[in-house]
Design a protein around this ligand. Structure first.
Ligand SMILES: CC(C)=CCC/C(C)=C/CC/C(C)=C/CC/C(C)=C/COC[C@H](O)COP(=O)(O)O
Ligand SMILES: CC(C)=CCC/C(C)=C/CC/C(C)=C/CC/C(C)=C/COP(=O)(O)OP(=O)(O)O
Ligand SMILES: [Mg+2]
Length: 284
């Protein structure tokens, strides 16, 4: 392996798109809490800590999953030999250390969220992933908690709670669909994921019902006065994309989970637009 191939492998381990997305969610949490202008340094520390934690969490997941990924994801950095398992573990440790160093500069509630999340990221693959629904719920909590973390970094956490719930439910739906996608390798590894425990179709029905609940609940931030009307204009197409994706996953879970992620990105954009609309009423 050349240095370039190893460097590319290390970057891949972090899942850069998810790093950027989760950091953006933390920023949105701070923005919705109204603290970006008042506390720019705390916001920057929380955003960077999230990026490092997600990179570390993904890298340690690929380390623990190195055998299973020979079946499920043979092109990933460890199975294809670009990064050694020990290298991935050390890299993850370095990123975790960076996340901790930044998180300890924040208020106590944010430190508590970071502490729980860092433990959850380390424990996920070995202790939760193989338990039906529980591993999915843990990842759902982690993704939703980015909004709470961003808000806690600047003080007021209440407006972020409903965003936490919506993002967690949408993520739970997607994680269940991803388990349907991965059923072959997971079975060989002896995991007991939700589709293995109750069957693929039933798992997809559970995923779809959960998403419908989140979509029905999606106007709540507007109804509670956290967002302006512009939120509804952006969240409506996001809801439509997500519902269509859940439907598609019955025919093709890979397409379904990937489209669901685009719908979730659009919903996250709706949160920004919705809050900005409160500050600039001309935006609707
Ligand atoms: C109904 C409604 C309005 C829902 C809100 C949905 C929302 C705003 C969700 C936010 C979630 C989001 C945009 C997450 C993006 C990326 C992220 C951190 C994903 C976590 O991924 C874990 C996963 O297991 C890794 O999989 P993959 O993406 O396939 O690499
Ligand atoms: C705010 C702070 C401090 C942390 C945020 C932590 C967040 C948002 C984590 C997001 C979820 C995440 C990246 C979890 C890491 C582990 C994981 C589920 C990786 C997914 O790897 P795959 O190999 O695609 O899927 P499975 O291993 O679950 O099959
Ligand atoms: Mg994995």
């Amino acid at each position: 392996m050349t240095v370039g191939e190893t460097g590319r492998g290390l970057l891949e381990l972090t899942r850069p798109v998810n790093v950027i997305a989760a950091s953006a969610l933390t920023f949105i949490g701070a923005f919705v809490a109204g603290g970006v202008a008042e506390e720019p340094l705390a916001v920057a520390a929380a955003v960077a800590a999230t990026g490092l934690a997600v990179g570390a969490g993904n890298a340690i997941n690929d380390y623990f999953d190195r055998e299973i990924d020979r079946i499920n994801q043979p092109g990933r950095a460890i199975p294809r030999g670009a990064v050694s398992p020990r290298g991935a573990l050390a890299f993850s440790g370095l990123l975790f250390a960076g996340a901790v160093a930044l998180a300890v500069t924040l208020p106590a509630t944010a430190i508590a969220i970071a502490g729980v999340n860092l433990l959850a990221l380390v424990a996920y693959t070995e202790f939760f992933k193989g338990l039906p629904g529980l591993g999915n719920a843990l990842v759902a909590y982690l993704v939703g908690s980015t909004f709470l973390f961003g808000a806690a970094a600047v003080g007021e956490i209440a407006p972020a709670v409903v965003l936490f719930v919506l993002a967690a439910i949408a993520t739970l739906t997607r994680e269940i669909i991803k388990d349907v996608e991965d059923i072959e390798g997971d079975r060989e590894e002896g995991l007991n994921t939700l589709p293995i425990a109750i069957g693929e179709r039933k798992a997809l029905v559970v995923a779809a019902v959960l998403l419908v609940v989140a979509v029905v609940a999606s106007p709540i931030p507007f109804l509670r006065g956290y967002f302006g009307v512009a939120y509804l204009l952006v969240v409506a197409p996001a809801d439509a994309v997500m519902l269509l994706a859940a439907y598609e996953s019955f025919a093709n879970p890979t397409t379904g989970q990937s489209r669901l992620k685009y719908g979730m990105f659009l919903a996250a954009l709706a949160f920004i637009v919705g809050r900005a609309a409160l500050e600039v009423p001309l935006l609707v």
